[in-house]
Design a protein around this ligand. Sequence first.
Ligand SMILES: *Cc1c(COP(=O)(O)O)cnc(C)c1O
Length: 402
Amino acid sequence: MSLLDNRASVLALRHRYDAAAAILPEVADMVSVERPAEPMHCLRPAAVSAASRDFASAFPGTTLYAVKCNPEPAVLRAVWEGGVRHFDCASEPEIALVRGMFPEATIHFMHPVKARGAIRAAWSRHDVRDFVLDHPDELAKILTETEASAAEGLGLFVRLALPKGSAAYDLSGKFGAEPDVAAELLALARPHAARLGICFHVGSQMLDPLAWRRALKLAGEVVARSGVIVDVVDVGGGFPARYPGDEVPPLGAFFAEIEMGLEDAGLANAELWAEPGRALVATGTSVVVQVQLRRGNALFINDGVYGSLSDAGAPGFIYPTRLLRPDAPASDSPEEGFIFFGPTCDSADRMAGPFLLPNDVEEGDWIEIGQLGAYGACLRTGFNGFDRARVVEVRDAPLMRG
Ligand SMILES: *Cc1c(COP(=O)(O)O)cnc(C)c1O
């Protein structure tokens, strides 16, 4: 099954280029030739590979790519090109997609609440060995459905809940065991596990490296309370990408806190894993939209919060923008902040920005919106009939660097 079946369609504008990056088109050429009336996703495989390579080579452990962040096959190929061989999947379709593309990948089933059939298929059909849990009933489900034991290489990971932090997205409200329960789960799981791990997620787009230090301190206390040894510490995702206005510390600052945190927590002997999503793929995609009406400082565009711009809605993400006017010289008008309205009839389809553009922007202009590789295209819906978009691979540099 393809993930394409589950979302609004994003069709390839060209067949995949097997060509060297140098002969991929540029965004401006594509706009000039295609004059796209639907959102055009511009994928930069080289940027994804570079970000993946940078992360995986600097991280002092094993890097798993969190597939949900962007499951586009061309993106998965670029992550693989960057040297990542482990994939964090959350559903059977994600697992089947990765297994179909990369028979040699190591796939980890990191969703704490899984369908029984998905556990069975993962274990017996897709060669998945690692499963996450945050409740004793989920442990029982995993043991029943896999009929596996430590001798067969079963890996069990206990997801720890963290106190609410300062991330753009808090991910402990739904998943994770409280510390006392997590300690019990580690002890319960230990006899069944060839690989026992503790994992957590500090929240997505986490700008504070100390969040990992604090989480590791708690993980160390939980492991000590459990009375068992853990083989793996998985520090999750949450590593930030750059968006206009954000002060993003360099990756090394995060990795340094993680190494010190492991040392302080008495966990330095465990294997270290991370599950980045956003940090690997955010720079890798932009979306070209067209202006359909200008009303003062509001631009009505053909993509919005029900399309690939959902994080520009209520979460208030700001993205870098540039004006594309294929038949005219570059605008030399001064820049101003604009708000965007998406194409659906819902008044929630509003993106406050501000998005900076030359102040002579008008109906018919195209706008390239950058840093949309993470949680962009994969969140599109078909609401109100605005279900079409196209994807093309390009050779441009990202609008912003990592
Ligand atoms: C979403 C998710 C990730 C990736 O998070 P980012 O903030 O994109 O790095 C990693 N692990 C789990 C379990 C997740 O749910």
